[in-house]
Design a protein. Sequence first.
Length: 92
Amino acid sequence: MPANKKAGNHPSYLKLGWKPSTIQRKKAYDKKYHSTPERKQYRAELNKENRKAGMYGKMGSMDRSHSSSGFKIEHRSRNRARNGQDGKSTKS
């Protein structure tokens, strides 16, 4: 059982009017996509960067964000609320 009981049951699926068969197909695609070696390596790199920065445990309100120069530590609410035109980042 996943730690997050809502995993894979996003409310937007219902708002979009998706049929159960469509949701099941998307879950299967996501499972296959995220199990590829490239995605696993990408997640490992992000975890390595977070460990190196000491992000686990003691910096609960801080977040790492991607920037053109690498990673940046900033407040969680600013990082997750930033949403420019067409969902593109507004920072440099």
